[in-house]
Design a protein around this ligand. Sequence first.
Ligand code: MN
Length: 139
Amino acid sequence: MPAFVVHEHHASRLHFDVRLEMDGILASWAVPKGPSMNPHDKRLAIHVEDHPLSYASFEGVIPENHYGAGHVYIWDHGTYDLVSGSVRAGRIAFVVQGKKLNGRFTLVRMKGTEKEWLLIKANDRFADPSFVLKTVHPV
Ligand code: MN
């Protein structure tokens, strides 16, 4: 099954990078507030450059004067099942098997934008209306 990983990225601004293995690369979205298990949260997810598959296991430091300089931690990882859709279609429904994230999610591109998507948890048995994101490393 394809890999999914969420990097906690302590760059100039803390954000989370949600990555899904697709066609031999990691399709990637930068999510400023991070994923949520609460179906009421619609998290802005900026579609960013693909990363190589090998980056799924990366944790470490991006050096000063490189783009995204700062510490990168794995916030969650696992596998996922594609339900429907694609990046090109602007809509992806998928079911995640992670440690923190579980169940169905949708990524949907906002109308009239190129790179602005929303990441939304489906209201399934894994949904958690009281979800509060905890970072793996202090901010
Ligand atoms: Mn990042």
